[in-house]
Design a protein around this ligand. Structure first.
Ligand code: NAD
Ligand code: DAU
Length: 360
């Protein structure tokens, strides 16, 4: 691969690129690291993650094993909090990344309703720490992983474009919106070559079982009822996590600094449709579903207009929804030990067991 022009003074190198991935032990970050190791074998990945409740090194067990077997030059994990400027500064000084992708965040809307402060700290102040470190290091690219939730909620018609007004409705969405504005400010003020992606709802393997699809699959498997919020008619636009990873790679390599790119799956489904599909795939009947009190401020509909990333970068989602959902359900059924250890909290000891030896 040849060098790629950066927005600042520096070019992205072709082979030998060092990519710092923040939040790589979570759902999307771990899938992205696995994807990019295959797609860009010449890259070195430094995964920086605080290992909050959502960070799980078991998500990358195969990567760590493959790395150990092949000499250990292409992947490194560093436990660090993006809110800690000293720790993050040290990682940048030691690893000298060419580019940064920031997935690290508090991500669950319901948790943000219970504890907004944590979301403001991680998602806003943590992003500021990352931006400052990236600026000092003079990276060639800084990519912020944002969300369609910054645009708020749609009625029955229309889709979100990159020019839609920012109207976040939950503390989570407000914190992600604030981070997006900081990213914009660092591009305008300091010329940091920033990029932002705003993606719709992801599904796939290794998603924490608090989010709709893995939560419902695991409850249905356990013979329990699934709680549908409100009337179940809220709409989400679902995208397979591998399609999100391909979009992130394209934006990193070919996106224009200062720009934002929407990423969507083109698969709008009501929550009731998703619930019924899961019930059928799991061999249960509709008595497995119960309506519960609605989420406060619950956004009614998200739908993405991804014309910009399609036309400018040639990115088109590849995974058909029905096939992707079937494979995802199969993955959770075949990896019961993974989600059981998450639900029991056992996974929280993986860091000690694998990295410090304390928990052995
Ligand atoms: P996740 O909750 O599964 O993972 C988040 C990761 O960030 C975890 O590994 C966690 O340990 C880490 N983290 C949290 N706080 C940290 C801190 N202070 N320092 C370092 N690491 C920290 O989240 P996800 O679903 O994989 O989402 C990843 C990113 O993608 C987030 O920025 C989210 O806003 C965005 N996003 C998610 C979706 C989705 O459907 N899941 C859709 C669009 C955008
Ligand atoms: O749109 C992108 C966003 O998608 C990301 O930015 C967030 O990080 C991610 O968590 C996700 O947010 P949602 O709120 O859309 O996802 P969640 O899985 O929590 O809920 C999906 C829909 O299902 C939503 O309308 C609420 C509903 N729901 C969810 C749960 C957990 C239920 O009806 N019952 C439930 O138990």
């Amino acid at each position: 691969m040849s060098g790629v022009a950066g927005g600042g003074d520096r070019e992205l190198p072709g082979d030998g690129l060092t990519l710092l991935v923040a939040g790589g032990a979570g759902f999307i970050g771990s899938n992205f690291i696995r994807y990019i190791r295959g797609a860009q074998p010449g890259w070195r990945i430094v995964n920086v993650d605080a290992l909050t409740y959502a960070g799980n090194l078991a998500n990358l067990k195969d990567v760590a094993e493959d790395e150990a077997a092949s000499g250990g030059a292409r992947y490194r994990f560093v436990r660090a909090d993006i809110c800690d400027p000293v720790a993050i500064g040290a990682v940048f000084a030691e690893e000298k990344p060419d580019a940064v992708v920031n997935f690290a965040a508090e991500t669950h809307v319901d948790r943000s309703i219970d504890d907004p402060g944590l979301f403001l700290k991680t998602n806003i102040l943590g992003t500021q720490v990352m931006l400052d470190a990236a600026r000092r290091a003079g990276v060639a690219r800084y990519l912020q992983i944002s969300t369609d939730e910054v645009y708020g909620s749609l009625g029955a018609e229309g889709r979100f474009s990159e020019n839609s007004p920012l109207k976040p409705n939950s503390p989570y969405a407000a914190s992600k919106t604030s981070a997006d504005l900081l990213v914009r400010a660092y591009f305008k003020t300091y010329g940091l070559p920033t990029l932002t992606t705003r993606c719709s709802n992801n599904y796939g393997p290794y998603q924490f079982p608090e989010k709709l699809i893995p939560f419902f699959v695991t409850l249905l498997h356990e013979g329990q009822q699934v709680p549908v919020y409100g009337d179940g008619m809220n709409v989400r636009d679902w995208i397979h996590v591998d399609d999100h990873s391909r979009a992130v790679e394209a934006v990193l390599l070919r996106g224009k600094p200062g720009e934002t790119y929407n990423v969507g799956g083109g698969n709008e489904r009501t929550n009731i449709e998703i619930t019924k599909l899961l019930i059928s795939l799991m061999g249960r009947d509709e008595s497995a579903m119960k309506y519960v009190q609605d989420r406060p401020g619950h956004d009614r509909r998200y739908a993405i207009d991804d014309t910009k990333i399609r036309t400018e970068l040639g990115v088109v989602p590849q995974v058909p929804f029905d096939e992707g959902l079937r494979e995802t359900v199969r993955w959770y059924l075949e990896n019961e030990a993974w989600w059981r250890s998450v639900k029991s909290g056992e996974y929280l000891s993986f860091f000690d067991r694998w990295y410090t030896g304390k928990g052995r």
